[in-house]
Design a protein around this ligand. Structure first.
Ligand SMILES: O=C1C[C@@](O)(C(=O)O)C[C@@H](O)[C@@H]1O
Length: 254
């Protein structure tokens, strides 16, 4: 597996990287939130654009994105519009999904972009092409907020992302039993050891899935999401506590 470097952060090497989301809905909230999150020293900051109340106003998105970029300086910034079907806040058309992500890629203000696997094929291929052209790292993603697919299905989805030439492959699933958490961890480890040429990010959500957010170094997930000011998905734990756990595992595991 080849690590991916984004600014000074190397994903796929050493301790799993910690990503903290921004979920503010107004400009004011986002400004307060970004300052608080920077102070928590995340490896990567994710802007969950679907949470932003002016997401359908491209000029507003552009303005706040410039401000966020100025604030966070050299910390890698991930731009994520999470679709409504996959747990996001806002319903938009597929043409606006295309427009928004294309704008982000071309803006030179973001370092990574989240593109969902289950986006219409031609839009997905188009956006990946654009991202490659502009040197933006693509995290391709899939989310199941209801259940955990079989180990084979999880691996198949991650393989499809790799076939699309995504730089990083990500899946988040919901456990309905402890065994489901182990299924996600097994799928991650099988993918990593047998098929993955690129870094993976995997998690089993909610309280039951917490182990998966800590076990990246064992199972093969190269990054994990922690909460900063607020969580963006069930099961995220505060960054300071997560970092202590990951550092202890890193120190005593090798
Ligand atoms: O895809 C993910 C993972 C996530 O859903 C989680 O479970 O931590 C949180 C989201 O903000 C992010 O875009």
């Amino acid at each position: 597996m080849k690590p991916v470097q984004v600014r000074n952060t190397i994903i796929g090497e050493g301790m799993p990287k910690i990503i903290v989301p921004l979920v503010g809905i107004s400009d004011l909230e986002l400004m307060d939130e970004v300052r608080a999150v920077i102070a928590l020293r995340p490896d990567i900051i994710e802007w969950r654009v679907d949470q932003y109340s002016h997401v359908d106003d491209m000029q507003a998105v552009h303005n706040i994105l410039k401000t966020l970029r100025n604030e966070i300086k050299d910390i890698p910034l991930l731009f994520t519009f999470r679709s409504y079907q996959e747990g996001g806040k806002k319903k938009i058309t597929s043409s606006y999904y295309k427009e928004l992500n294309e704008f982000a890629v071309q803006s030179q203000l973001v370092d990574l972009i989240d593109l969902e696997l289950f986006t219409t094929n031609n839009i997905l291929s188009y956006l990946i092409g654009k991202a490659k052209l502009f040197g933006i790292t693509v995290i391709m993603s899939n989310h199941d907020f209801k259940a955990t697919p079989s180990r084979e299905e999880i691996i198949a989805r991650l393989q499809r992302m790799q076939e699309f030439d995504a730089d990083i492959l990500k899946i988040a699933v919901m456990p309905n039993s402890e065994a489901d958490v182990l299924t996600l961890l097994q799928a991650t480890n099988m993918m990593k050891t047998k098929y993955a040429e690129r870094p993976l990010i995997t998690m089993s959500m909610a309280k039951m899935g917490i182990f998966s957010r800590l076990a990246g170094e064992l199972a093969g997930s190269s990054a994990t999401f922690a909460s900063g000011v607020s969580a963006s998905a069930p099961g995220q734990i505060p960054i300071a506590e997560l970092r202590t756990i990951l550092e202890n595992i890193h120190q005593y595991m090798r």
